[in-house]
Design a protein around this ligand. Structure first.
Ligand code: GAR
Length: 189
C-alpha cells in the first residue's frame, strides 16, 4: 500500500509510522512526505529515512486551489493509495479531496467533534475538562469532520500542565495511528 504522509511540524507521528516494523512488514510504503513548511523538523526525519520530500509553500501560489493542484500533479505518477495527514495544519479542499475520495485520513488531538480546529489540547485543558483524547478519521470537506475510524480517551489529571497533557496525547497518537494503519493494510492486502 503506497501512501503519502502530509505534515507541517515536528513529525513525531510521521516517525511513529515510518519506524513501525509491523507496518513495513505488512507492505506499507511511504512514498513521499508532503510538507508545507520549509523549516519543519519533519523534513529531516524523512531525509534521514531516505523518504523523498515535496516541500510546497502556499505563498508560492496565487490561491489554495493552485497550491493543491501542484500536490495533485506531484502525487499522480506516484500511484498513491492513501494520504495520511500527520500534523498537517491546513484544511484540505476539494481540489485534492476529489482526487482521493475516502482515501485521506487525519489525526486530531481531541475527541471530535469537541475541540476541532487549532490548539485542541490547550483548549481542552483551559476549559477544565477531565478528559480529552485523539481521533483518527477520514476527512471530508469540513474542518476536522468526516467518519471516525478510531477514538481514544486521554484523562486530564489534577497534576497535569499543558505540557504533560500534550506529551500523553502524543503518546496515545503514536500508539493508535500505527494500529489504524495496520488495520487498513490488512484490509488492503
Ligand atoms: C499532533 O498532535 C496532531 O494530532 C495534530 O498536530 C500534532 C502534530 O504533531 N494535528 C492537528 O491538530 C490537525 N488538526 P507531530 O508533528 O509531532 O506529529
Amino acid at each position: 500500500m503506497r501512501v503519502a504522509i502530509f505534515a507541517s511540524g515536528n513529525g513525531t507521528n510521521f516517525e511513529a509510522l515510518a519506524d513501525d516494523k509491523r507496518l513495513l512488514e505488512s507492505g506499507l510504503e511511504i512514498v513521499v512526505l508532503v510538507c508545507d513548511k520549509p523549516k519543519a523538523k519533519v523534513i529531516k526525519k524523512a531525509q534521514d529515512r531516505n523518504i523523498p520530500v515535496f516541500v510546497n509553500k502556499l505563498s508560492d501560489y496565487e490561491n489554495r486551489s493552485q497550491y493543491e493542484q501542484a500536490i495533485v500533479e506531484k502525487l499522480a505518477p506516484l500511484k498513491i493509495d492513501y494520504i495520511l495527514l500527520a500534523g498537517y495544519m491546513r484544511v484540505v479542499t476539494p481540489t485534492l479531496l476529489s482526487q482521493y475520495p475516502g482515501k485521506i485520513i487525519n489525526i486530531h488531538p481531541s475527541c471530535l467533534p469537541k475541540y476541532s480546529g487549532l490548539e485542541a489540547i490547550e483548549r481542552a485543558f483551559e476549559a477544565g475538562e477531565n478528559q480529552t483524547g485523539v481521533t483518527i478519521h477520514y476527512i471530508d470537506e469540513g474542518v476536522d469532520t468526516g467518519p471516525v475510524i478510531r477514538q481514544a480517551v486521554v484523562p486530564i489529571l489534577d497534576t497535569d500542565t499543558v505540557d504533560t497533557l500534550e506529551a500523553r496525547v502524543h503518546e496515545k497518537e503514536h500508539e493508535i495511528y500505527p494500529e489504524v494503519v495496520l488495520d487498513l493494510l490488512k484490509k488492503f492486502n
